[in-house]
Design a binder for this molecule. Structure first.
Ligand code: ADP
Ligand code: MG
Length: 336
C-alpha cells in the first residue's frame, strides 16, 4: 500500500535534512538575522545545547501580519520565483528553516519592526502557533528554541556528546563571523562568553581578530576578474596544519566547502611545505549569482560553478603568486 504522508510527518522528515544538530539551528537562525540586516547577533546557550538556544538580533524584525506565514514550509520573503535565484543576495531562499526548527523543537519568537508601535510574542509547539500576544521589545528579533529533538527521539539519539555538539556551535559561529565583517557576534553559554567578534571596516583587522596570530604568517592578495573578484589570505611556507582545519572559502558571504579547490591550492604548496600538511587560507569570492548554483545541497554549503575549472585555476594562481612573494628559506624543506 502506498501512503500519502500528512504535513506534520513530511515536515519532520524534511527537517532531518536541514536540522541535523543544534549547530544547524544556530546556523539557520544567524543566517536569517544576517539577511535581516542585523549588525549585532547574540547566540546564547542555556543548559545543554539541546535544552535551550536563543538568537537575538537588531535586524529589521518581522511584520505582525507575516509572523504566521514565516513558520509555514516554503514561506520566504527572499524570492518569489525560481529565476530569482539568479539575483540572490540573501543567505536563505527556500523558506524551510523556521518550519523545520518548529517541527522538532519549541519556538518562542519576539520581534518588532521599526514602524510598529509594539512588538509581539509568538509561541510555537509541534509546528503550531499556540499563543500570540503584544509585548514591548526593542526593534529586532529573538528566537528562543527549547526541547530540541524532544519529540524526535531517534534524531536525539544520533547526537554526539555535549562537548562535540558545543564545539560544532562554536565552530559554526566563528565561521559565519569570519564571513560577515559588517556584523558583531557574541556566543554565550551559561553567562560565559565562548566567542566574540566586532564589526571591522578592514578585512585584515577582521580576520586577525578571529584567527589571531596565525594571520601574521598569511599574505593578503586581491584581484578582480570579469565576473568575480577575489580577496584572499594565504599562509606562507611556515604555516600549515595536519588537517584541513584552517581553510575557509566564502562565496558572496556564505561559507562553502569545496574540496576540489582545496586540493588545487594544496598542489601549489606541494614543494614548499612538508608532506601530509595542509596550507591555511581564507578566501572571499564575490561572484555574479548567475554563475553559481547554490541549490544543490540541503544545508547550502556546496556550490556548482558555471565556469568552475577556470575560476579555480585563477584562485590557485593567486595562491602561487602569494606563496612566491612570502616564501622564507627553511633549510629542512630543501629536498636532498
Ligand atoms: P528563508 O530564510 O529561506 O526565507 P526561513 O524559514 O529561514 O526561510 O525564514 C522564513 C522567513 O521569516 C524569512 O524569509 C524572513 O522573512 C522571516 N525571518 C526569519 N527570521 C528572521 C529574522 N531574524 N529577522 C527578520 N525576518 C526573519
Ligand atoms: Mg532562513
Amino acid at each position: 500500500m502506498i501512503n500519502i504522508l500528512d504535513e506534520k510527518t513530511i515536515s519532520k522528515i524534511a527537517a532531518g535534512e536541514i536540522i541535523e544538530n543544534p549547530a544547524a539551528i544556530v546556523k539557520e537562525l544567524i543566517e536569517n538575522s544576517i539577511d535581516a540586516q542585523a549588525t549585532s547577533i547574540t547566540v546564547e546557550i542555556k543548559g545543554t545545547a539541546t535544552e535551550g538556544i536563543s538568537v537575538r538580533d537588531n535586524g529589521t524584525g518581522i511584520e505582525s501580519e507575516d509572523i504566521d506565514k514565516a513558520f509555514l514550509r516554503h514561506a520566504t520573503s527572499k524570492m518569489a520565483q525560481f529565476d530569482d535565484l539568479n539575483y540572490l543576495k540573501s543567505l536563505g531562499f527556500r523558506g524551510e528553516a523556521l518550519a523545520s526548527i518548529a517541527s522538532i523543537a519549541t519556538v518562542e519568537l519576539l520581534t518588532k519592526t521599526k514602524d510598529s508601535v509594539t512588538g509581539s510574542r509568538t509561541l510555537v509547539q509541534h509546528g503550531d502557533i499556540v499563543a500570540q500576544n503584544k509585548i514591548g521589545v526593542p526593534v529586532g528579533t529573538t528566537f528562543y528554541i527549547t526541547d530540541i529533538f524532544e519529540h524526535t527521539p531517534v534524531r536525539k539519539k544520533f547526537l554526539k556528546a555535549e562537548s562535540v555538539e558545543l564545539h560544532r556551535i562554536v565552530d559554526m559561529v566563528k565561521k559565519i563571523a569570519l564571513g560577515t565583517p559588517h556584523c558583531a557576534f557574541k556566543l554565550i553559554k551559561n553567562s560565559r562568553i565562548l566567542f566574540q567578534s566586532s564589526t571591522s571596516t578592514s578585512l585584515k583587522d577582521h580576520v586577525y581578530s578571529i584567527l589571531g596570530n596565525m594571520v601574521a604568517q598569511m599574505n593578503y592578495i586581491e584581484k578582480d576578474f570579469d565576473h568575480y573578484s577575489v580577496k584572499a589570505f594565504f599562509s606562507d611556507n611556515t604555516l600549515y596544519r595536519s588537517q584541513r582545519t584552517e581553510q575557509y572559502l566564502f562565496i558572496n558571504g556564505r561559507y562553502i566547502w569545496n574540496v576540489e579547490l582545496a586540493r588545487l591550492i594544496e598542489k601549489a604548496y606541494r614543494s614548499s611545505i612538508p608532506l601530509d600538511r595542509y596550507p591555511c587560507f581564507v578566501i572571499y569570492l564575490t561572484i555574479d549569482p548567475k554563475l553559481i548554483d547554490i541549490n544543490i545541497h540541503p544545508q547550502k554549503n556546496e556550490v556548482k560553478f558555471s565556469n568552475g575549472p577556470m575560476l579555480m585555476q585563477s584562485i590557485r594562481d593567486l595562491a602561487e603568486v602569494s606563496l612566491a612573494t612570502t616564501k622564507t628559506f627553511i633549510s629542512s624543506h630543501i629536498p636532498s
